[in-house]
Ligand binder design. Structure first.
Ligand SMILES: *Cc1c(COP(=O)(O)O)cnc(C)c1O
Length: 402
């Protein structure tokens, strides 16, 4: 055990030790964190569906009707009617021919990338992709080429290097730690020209961006040209599990090749029913998606008015890069003292020297909560992160009027 303790000590010395904080009660815009009430500013429960009445009731009903477990993998005896229904609804929502459920977004990405990027082929991956896509590349038999973040020219160079081999481009739709959106129009265009497949991970896009929350690919008008869209049920949809939307052949291929689907138990019926109910709420109440976008704008305006240098990204994810791991945890602790929970994100989740507070808003935050959050966060950042002298006075007026 000494080696493990030494490793932990080393992480501690570098300011990289992690620990889990404890939330009591359901996930809402405010939670009890380690026993203290805080405003939650780092949840992916973007639309407030994790504790929505109809979504909870759907899970309870499903437990009564179908039990709590599927009992086996989908290919043995775990494939239940409720799984089929959710796949049909998701395919329709995404405008895809077929949809295949997976145990989680992590399992979907590792399983789908490894299945599609076969030996002799090439997988071409954005340098800021989520760890689950990175691990999919590691598991794949194909060679991995990395391209600079959202850099189409560099992507094209990689496609030329891959010429003559089966190529798969993989990218986050909305980047999880930066909140920016991949240049999907350009990526699809390059893929078409070079005969490559495209996989887009819509973990932070589904339910959050695009027309009625259909995702970043739909926003770019290329949903039909993306070969595989992966998404999670655990973020905006408030439940647990994940899916891959694709055409009929790819779906049949995944069922026969994706090891994380084949060798893992099917999703529990209550989680599936909850996702179905959440999807119905998203479709019936698209104003939730609009409110999320409005809240993201309000938080940015509030931060700017407090003199905070807000990055250009326009989604519900607002990264405030402070540099060192220590600076990020310090800022997070100070925000917590002011009643706001904004998690510090450090390496290896983000590159060395780009530790940050990653703020994420929810549709269920109120204007005054967002104002309070902006003030608390601004007061907690290291001084260099503030550009107070340049903060225009009308910026403050906007915040005050919001
Ligand atoms: C959260 C996340 C995943 C993993 O999804 P889970 O369902 O939580 O396993 C995959 N990709 C991205 C971009 C994510 O942010």
């Amino acid at each position: 055990m000494e080696d493990l303790e030494r490793h932990l000590d080393e992480l501690g010395d570098r300011g990289l030790l992690r620990r889990m904080r404890l939330v009591s009660g359901p996930q809402g815009p405010r939670v009890l964190l380690d026993g203290r009430p805080v405003l939650l500013l780092c949840s992916n429960n973007y639309l407030g569906l994790a504790d929505h009445r109809r979504v909870r009731e759907a899970a309870v009903d499903a437990a009564r009707r179908w039990g709590v477990g599927a009992g086996a993998s989908r290919l043995i005896s775990g494939n239940m009617t409720i799984h089929r229904r959710l796949e049909e609804e998701l395919a329709e929502f995404k405008g895809a021919e077929r949809c295949v459920l997976f145990g989680s977004g992590y399992l979907a990405n590792t399983g789908v990338v490894a299945a599609l990027a076969r030996p002799g082929g090439v997988v071409i991956s954005d340098e800021l992709n989520h760890a689950s896509l990175v691990d999919g590349c590691r598991l794949a038999g194909a060679e991995t080429l990395i391209y600079r973040h959202a850099d189409l020219a560099h992507l094209e160079r990689r496609l030329r290097e891959a010429a003559g081999r089966a190529s798969l481009i993989v990218t986050d739709g909305v980047f999880s730690m930066d909140g920016d959106v991949a240049p999907l129009g350009g990526i699809v265009e390059l893929a078409r020209r070079h005969g490559a497949r495209v996989l887009v991970d819509e973990a932070h896009g589904t339910g959050a961006v695009g027309p009625d929350g259909r995702g970043a690919a739909a926003a770019a008008g290329v949903a039909e040209e993306v070969d595989v869209v992966v998404g999670t049920l655990g973020k905006a949809l408030g439940s647990y599990g994940a899916y891959a939307c694709c055409d009929e052949t790819t779906a049949r291929y995944l069922v026969n090749s994706a090891r994380t689907l084949i060798f893992s138990t099917a999703l529990p019926p209550p989680a599936v029913a909850a996702a179905l109910a959440a999807l119905a709420v998203v479709r019936a109440e698209p104003e939730r998606v609009a409110r999320l976008a409005r809240n993201a704008r309000l938080l940015r305006e509030g931060l700017r008015a407090e003199g905070v240098d807000v990055a250009a990204s326009g989604t519900q994810i607002v990264p405030l890069v402070v540099g060192s791991a220590g600076a990020a945890t310090g800022a997070s602790e100070r925000a917590l003292e002011r009643g706001v929970f904004a998690q510090a994100i450090r390496p290896p989740t983000v590159p060395e020297g780009t530790s940050r507070l990653r703020l994420s808003v929810m549709a269920s935050h109120t204007r005054s909560e967002l104002r309070q959050a902006a003030r608390a966060v601004a007061e907690s950042l290291p001084p260099g992160k503030l550009s107070r002298p340049e903060a225009p006075l009308e910026g403050r007026a906007i915040a005050a009027a919001a």
